[in-house]
Design a protein around this ligand. Structure first.
Ligand code: BTN
Length: 252
Protein backbone atom coordinates (compact mmCIF):
# COMPACT_ATOMS: atom_id res chain seq x y z
CA UNK A 1 0.00 0.00 0.00
CA UNK A 2 1.33 3.43 -0.89
CA UNK A 3 1.77 6.30 1.59
CA UNK A 4 -1.03 8.36 3.10
CA UNK A 5 -3.03 5.41 4.35
CA UNK A 6 -4.71 5.56 7.74
CA UNK A 7 -4.67 3.19 10.70
CA UNK A 8 -6.87 0.71 8.87
CA UNK A 9 -4.25 0.49 6.16
CA UNK A 10 -6.57 2.24 3.70
CA UNK A 11 -7.29 5.91 3.13
CA UNK A 12 -9.32 7.61 5.90
CA UNK A 13 -13.03 6.88 5.37
CA UNK A 14 -15.09 9.38 3.40
CA UNK A 15 -18.21 9.64 5.56
CA UNK A 16 -21.66 10.26 4.05
CA UNK A 17 -24.65 10.88 6.32
CA UNK A 18 -26.88 9.55 3.52
CA UNK A 19 -25.88 8.10 0.17
CA UNK A 20 -27.50 6.21 -2.70
CA UNK A 21 -25.08 3.28 -2.38
CA UNK A 22 -21.49 3.24 -1.17
CA UNK A 23 -20.70 0.90 -4.08
CA UNK A 24 -22.09 3.44 -6.55
CA UNK A 25 -20.00 6.22 -4.98
CA UNK A 26 -16.87 4.05 -5.04
CA UNK A 27 -17.52 3.26 -8.72
CA UNK A 28 -18.02 6.96 -9.53
CA UNK A 29 -14.73 7.75 -7.82
CA UNK A 30 -13.01 4.80 -9.56
CA UNK A 31 -14.12 6.16 -12.93
CA UNK A 32 -12.71 9.57 -11.92
CA UNK A 33 -9.32 8.00 -11.12
CA UNK A 34 -9.48 7.66 -7.32
CA UNK A 35 -6.59 5.65 -5.84
CA UNK A 36 -6.33 2.17 -4.40
CA UNK A 37 -7.51 2.16 -0.78
CA UNK A 38 -10.33 4.72 -1.20
CA UNK A 39 -12.87 3.93 1.53
CA UNK A 40 -16.50 5.08 1.32
CA UNK A 41 -18.71 4.89 4.42
CA UNK A 42 -22.43 5.65 4.48
CA UNK A 43 -24.41 6.01 7.71
CA UNK A 44 -27.47 5.00 5.66
CA UNK A 45 -28.14 4.10 2.03
CA UNK A 46 -31.29 4.90 0.08
CA UNK A 47 -30.49 2.62 -2.87
CA UNK A 48 -28.39 -0.06 -1.23
CA UNK A 49 -27.87 -3.02 -3.52
CA UNK A 50 -27.38 -6.71 -2.86
CA UNK A 51 -26.32 -9.60 -5.05
CA UNK A 52 -28.36 -10.57 -8.10
CA UNK A 53 -30.01 -7.17 -8.32
CA UNK A 54 -31.73 -7.47 -4.94
CA UNK A 55 -32.14 -4.36 -2.75
CA UNK A 56 -30.14 -4.07 0.48
CA UNK A 57 -32.34 -2.25 2.99
CA UNK A 58 -29.98 0.17 4.71
CA UNK A 59 -31.39 2.09 7.69
CA UNK A 60 -29.10 4.06 10.05
CA UNK A 61 -27.30 2.05 12.73
CA UNK A 62 -25.83 -0.69 10.54
CA UNK A 63 -22.47 -0.64 8.73
CA UNK A 64 -22.24 0.15 5.01
CA UNK A 65 -18.83 0.54 3.39
CA UNK A 66 -17.11 0.11 0.06
CA UNK A 67 -13.42 -0.19 -0.70
CA UNK A 68 -11.89 0.69 -4.03
CA UNK A 69 -8.98 -1.56 -4.96
CA UNK A 70 -6.82 -1.77 -8.04
CA UNK A 71 -5.23 -5.23 -7.73
CA UNK A 72 -3.20 -6.15 -10.78
CA UNK A 73 -4.91 -9.49 -11.23
CA UNK A 74 -7.54 -11.06 -13.47
CA UNK A 75 -11.21 -10.47 -12.59
CA UNK A 76 -11.62 -14.17 -11.68
CA UNK A 77 -8.64 -14.09 -9.30
CA UNK A 78 -9.74 -10.80 -7.73
CA UNK A 79 -13.13 -12.37 -6.96
CA UNK A 80 -11.28 -14.32 -4.24
CA UNK A 81 -11.31 -11.07 -2.26
CA UNK A 82 -14.93 -11.85 -1.41
CA UNK A 83 -13.47 -14.50 0.92
CA UNK A 84 -11.13 -11.86 2.39
CA UNK A 85 -14.18 -9.70 3.11
CA UNK A 86 -16.08 -12.58 4.74
CA UNK A 87 -13.06 -13.42 6.93
CA UNK A 88 -12.71 -9.75 7.87
CA UNK A 89 -16.35 -9.53 8.96
CA UNK A 90 -16.11 -12.82 10.83
CA UNK A 91 -12.98 -11.80 12.73
CA UNK A 92 -14.37 -8.35 13.53
CA UNK A 93 -17.63 -9.78 14.84
CA UNK A 94 -16.48 -12.92 16.67
CA UNK A 95 -15.03 -11.16 19.76
CA UNK A 96 -18.37 -9.38 20.29
CA UNK A 97 -20.51 -12.53 20.31
CA UNK A 98 -21.55 -14.56 23.35
CA UNK A 99 -19.39 -17.72 23.33
CA UNK A 100 -22.46 -19.90 22.82
CA UNK A 101 -23.42 -18.25 19.52
CA UNK A 102 -21.70 -19.91 16.54
CA UNK A 103 -20.21 -17.99 13.63
CA UNK A 104 -19.82 -19.71 10.26
CA UNK A 105 -19.10 -18.88 6.63
CA UNK A 106 -21.58 -19.82 3.92
CA UNK A 107 -20.31 -20.05 0.35
CA UNK A 108 -19.46 -17.88 -1.32
CA UNK A 109 -19.39 -14.76 0.87
CA UNK A 110 -21.96 -14.90 3.65
CA UNK A 111 -21.28 -14.73 7.37
CA UNK A 112 -23.79 -16.58 9.54
CA UNK A 113 -24.33 -15.83 13.21
CA UNK A 114 -26.44 -18.44 14.98
CA UNK A 115 -27.19 -19.89 11.53
CA UNK A 116 -28.58 -16.60 10.16
CA UNK A 117 -27.10 -14.15 7.69
CA UNK A 118 -25.61 -11.11 9.45
CA UNK A 119 -23.86 -9.43 6.53
CA UNK A 120 -23.59 -9.13 2.77
CA UNK A 121 -20.74 -8.60 0.33
CA UNK A 122 -21.08 -7.19 -3.18
CA UNK A 123 -18.08 -7.23 -5.52
CA UNK A 124 -18.16 -5.11 -8.65
CA UNK A 125 -15.32 -4.64 -11.11
CA UNK A 126 -14.26 -3.18 -14.40
CA UNK A 127 -11.78 -4.89 -16.69
CA UNK A 128 -8.93 -2.93 -18.22
CA UNK A 129 -8.31 -5.35 -21.10
CA UNK A 130 -5.63 -8.05 -21.44
CA UNK A 131 -7.34 -10.01 -18.65
CA UNK A 132 -6.52 -7.37 -16.03
CA UNK A 133 -8.73 -5.32 -13.77
CA UNK A 134 -9.03 -1.56 -13.85
CA UNK A 135 -10.75 -1.52 -10.47
CA UNK A 136 -12.58 -3.70 -7.98
CA UNK A 137 -15.13 -2.37 -5.48
CA UNK A 138 -15.70 -4.49 -2.37
CA UNK A 139 -19.03 -3.49 -0.79
CA UNK A 140 -19.70 -4.69 2.76
CA UNK A 141 -22.88 -4.41 4.81
CA UNK A 142 -23.09 -5.65 8.40
CA UNK A 143 -26.36 -5.78 10.37
CA UNK A 144 -25.26 -4.28 13.65
CA UNK A 145 -28.63 -3.31 15.14
CA UNK A 146 -31.36 -4.26 12.66
CA UNK A 147 -32.11 -6.76 9.90
CA UNK A 148 -34.83 -7.26 7.31
CA UNK A 149 -37.69 -9.70 7.99
CA UNK A 150 -38.95 -12.18 5.41
CA UNK A 151 -35.72 -12.67 3.49
CA UNK A 152 -35.28 -15.93 1.61
CA UNK A 153 -32.29 -16.85 3.78
CA UNK A 154 -33.10 -15.89 7.40
CA UNK A 155 -31.25 -12.78 8.59
CA UNK A 156 -30.15 -11.49 11.98
CA UNK A 157 -28.24 -8.62 13.55
CA UNK A 158 -25.44 -8.58 16.07
CA UNK A 159 -27.81 -6.96 18.57
CA UNK A 160 -30.40 -9.72 18.08
CA UNK A 161 -27.66 -12.32 18.57
CA UNK A 162 -26.79 -10.80 21.96
CA UNK A 163 -23.46 -9.30 20.88
CA UNK A 164 -21.73 -6.50 22.76
CA UNK A 165 -22.85 -3.15 21.32
CA UNK A 166 -20.17 -1.13 19.57
CA UNK A 167 -20.37 2.21 17.76
CA UNK A 168 -20.55 1.95 13.95
CA UNK A 169 -17.12 3.65 13.78
CA UNK A 170 -15.60 0.84 15.85
CA UNK A 171 -17.12 -1.81 13.60
CA UNK A 172 -15.85 0.05 10.52
CA UNK A 173 -12.34 0.22 11.96
CA UNK A 174 -12.35 -3.48 12.84
CA UNK A 175 -13.72 -4.72 9.50
CA UNK A 176 -11.42 -2.47 7.44
CA UNK A 177 -8.42 -3.47 9.57
CA UNK A 178 -9.06 -7.20 9.23
CA UNK A 179 -9.76 -6.81 5.50
CA UNK A 180 -6.44 -5.05 5.07
CA UNK A 181 -4.71 -7.96 6.80
CA UNK A 182 -6.29 -10.53 4.46
CA UNK A 183 -5.76 -8.35 1.40
CA UNK A 184 -2.04 -8.14 2.14
CA UNK A 185 -1.93 -11.88 2.84
CA UNK A 186 -3.62 -12.61 -0.52
CA UNK A 187 -1.24 -10.31 -2.39
CA UNK A 188 1.81 -11.92 -0.82
CA UNK A 189 0.76 -15.58 -0.53
CA UNK A 190 -2.20 -16.06 -2.84
CA UNK A 191 -5.53 -17.65 -2.03
CA UNK A 192 -4.34 -20.70 -0.03
CA UNK A 193 -4.27 -19.05 3.46
CA UNK A 194 -7.70 -17.48 2.89
CA UNK A 195 -9.09 -20.82 1.72
CA UNK A 196 -7.75 -22.59 4.83
CA UNK A 197 -9.12 -19.96 7.23
CA UNK A 198 -12.51 -19.94 5.50
CA UNK A 199 -12.80 -23.75 5.48
CA UNK A 200 -12.00 -23.77 9.20
CA UNK A 201 -15.45 -22.24 9.83
CA UNK A 202 -17.37 -23.34 6.74
CA UNK A 203 -21.04 -24.07 7.25
CA UNK A 204 -22.18 -27.54 6.22
CA UNK A 205 -18.85 -28.98 5.12
CA UNK A 206 -19.43 -32.67 4.34
CA UNK A 207 -23.21 -32.21 4.42
CA UNK A 208 -25.93 -32.18 1.80
CA UNK A 209 -26.72 -28.80 0.23
CA UNK A 210 -28.90 -27.35 -2.49
CA UNK A 211 -27.33 -24.89 -4.93
CA UNK A 212 -29.32 -22.50 -7.05
CA UNK A 213 -27.57 -21.67 -10.30
CA UNK A 214 -28.79 -19.43 -13.09
CA UNK A 215 -31.64 -21.45 -14.65
CA UNK A 216 -30.97 -24.60 -12.61
CA UNK A 217 -31.10 -26.00 -9.09
CA UNK A 218 -28.86 -28.89 -8.10
CA UNK A 219 -27.84 -30.71 -4.93
CA UNK A 220 -25.07 -32.86 -3.55
CA UNK A 221 -22.53 -33.04 -0.73
CA UNK A 222 -20.42 -29.94 -0.05
CA UNK A 223 -16.87 -31.36 0.04
CA UNK A 224 -14.71 -28.24 -0.11
CA UNK A 225 -13.34 -25.40 -2.21
CA UNK A 226 -10.97 -25.74 -5.11
CA UNK A 227 -7.78 -23.70 -5.30
CA UNK A 228 -9.65 -20.76 -6.87
CA UNK A 229 -12.58 -20.59 -4.44
CA UNK A 230 -15.15 -22.53 -6.47
CA UNK A 231 -17.45 -24.81 -4.46
CA UNK A 232 -16.92 -28.55 -4.87
CA UNK A 233 -20.12 -30.56 -4.91
CA UNK A 234 -20.01 -34.35 -4.79
CA UNK A 235 -22.79 -35.90 -6.85
CA UNK A 236 -22.49 -39.69 -6.71
CA UNK A 237 -19.20 -40.60 -8.35
CA UNK A 238 -18.75 -37.09 -9.79
CA UNK A 239 -17.34 -33.88 -8.40
CA UNK A 240 -18.91 -30.77 -9.81
CA UNK A 241 -17.13 -27.41 -9.60
CA UNK A 242 -19.49 -24.48 -9.07
CA UNK A 243 -18.19 -20.97 -9.66
CA UNK A 244 -21.34 -18.97 -8.80
CA UNK A 245 -24.65 -19.72 -7.10
CA UNK A 246 -26.73 -19.51 -3.93
CA UNK A 247 -26.44 -22.27 -1.32
CA UNK A 248 -29.21 -23.61 0.94
CA UNK A 249 -29.35 -26.58 3.30
CA UNK A 250 -30.59 -29.76 1.60
CA UNK A 251 -34.35 -29.98 2.06
CA UNK A 252 -34.40 -26.43 3.49
C1 BTN B 1 -25.82 -9.48 -0.56
O1 BTN B 1 -26.79 -9.53 -1.32
O2 BTN B 1 -25.66 -10.34 0.33
C2 BTN B 1 -24.80 -8.39 -0.71
C3 BTN B 1 -25.18 -7.14 0.02
C4 BTN B 1 -24.12 -6.04 -0.05
C5 BTN B 1 -24.54 -4.77 0.69
C6 BTN B 1 -23.43 -3.76 0.77
S1 BTN B 1 -23.84 -2.42 1.86
C7 BTN B 1 -22.47 -1.51 1.28
C8 BTN B 1 -22.41 -1.73 -0.23
N1 BTN B 1 -23.27 -0.79 -0.91
C9 BTN B 1 -24.28 -1.41 -1.54
O3 BTN B 1 -25.18 -0.85 -2.20
N2 BTN B 1 -24.19 -2.74 -1.35
C10 BTN B 1 -23.04 -3.10 -0.54
Amino acid sequence: MTGGTGRRGFLPPQEFAEIDSTNEEAKRQAAAGAPEGTLIWGRMQVQGRGRRGRPWISPPGNLYLSLLLRPERSPATAAQLGFAAALAIGEAVLPLLPPTVPLAYKWPNDVLVGGRKVSGILLESQAAGEGRLDWLVVGIGVNLVSFPEGTEYPATSLAAAGADRVPVETALEAVAGRFHHWYQCWREQGFAPLRAAWLGRARGLGEGIRVRLPGEETSGRFVGLDGDGALLLEQGAHRRRIAAGDVFPAGG
